[in-house]
Design a protein around this ligand. Sequence first.
Ligand code: NDP
Length: 285
Amino acid sequence: MSSREAVTVIGLGAMGSTMARTFLDAGHSTTVWNRTPGKAAGLGAVEATTAAEAVAASKLVVISQVDYAAMFESLADADLSGRVLVNLSSDGPARLREASRWAEERGATLVTGGIMVPPPGIGKPGSYAFYAGPADVVAAHRETLAVLGRVEHLGTDPGLAMLYYQAMLNIFWTTLISYFYSASLVGSAEQLRPYAATMLTDLTADGPMGFLNISTAAIDSGSHPGAQNNLHMLAVGAQHVVQAFTEAGLDVTVPGAMAALFARADAAGYGADGLSALVEVVRKP
Ligand code: NDP
């Protein structure tokens, strides 16, 4: 008999099924349920026939579905009293706060989470997830949750997990989407890759291209020195980026949105400031 905590996993998509397998590999007795039956084949977990039965099997219920509406729907008829629901699905922060009240009304505690790796990364070195909810509840289940990756507990406000998750996803997606655009412009991803890789490394290092550190100080202080690269010049340059994509007959949605943001900052009087002054128009939509 394993002395490890029993876990129920609700949702057996790419993420949930890998989480269930990871818990099983770590020696946790694991019960699973998925809306569409048959997804547990070959996992070696106990497959419950209803969500209510799955919830009854373990105090700790880990949920990974497309969004929070799926949890409301799936667990509508389950007895949740005394359960700790750890939802690692995506949604907006306000929806997470609503879900926390929903769980509380049913006698359960909700811990919200956002896992920062794709399925093959779950439980592997470097994997981590943001969590929000009562500190004592997170502490009580930390060892089990750590099977999936490092536990980053952000605080008690249930919205925090998705605030950080969506913030990180925004960086991840816009960075990669920019690469897709630029590879299309050059015509070969392989030709561009070494230059893009160097830029991504340099951005996070110290030095003249270390704009992550440079911008961090500027954003938090509200001071945006523009002597070396003023925003008016950058706004004109952003139009040239759009021009290059237009001339190549490519989509200009992302470069166009970027140029529009520069133009708005320039028109708002930040022309003599630096790049990070864009944050001032982001804050005032
Ligand atoms: P999948 O599309 O592979 O799986 C979606 C899951 O949600 C399935 O189990 C599906 O059940 C279930 N589901 C959808 N709608 C409902 C509903 N109305 N009622 C009950 N169950 C429902 O998604 P992933 O596993 O990839 O992602 C799961 C969550 O994890 C998402 O919120 C995603 O944003 C997040 N995430 C995903 C990452 C990834 O790289 N894949 C990385 C980090 C987070 P059914 O089989 O019946 O359709």
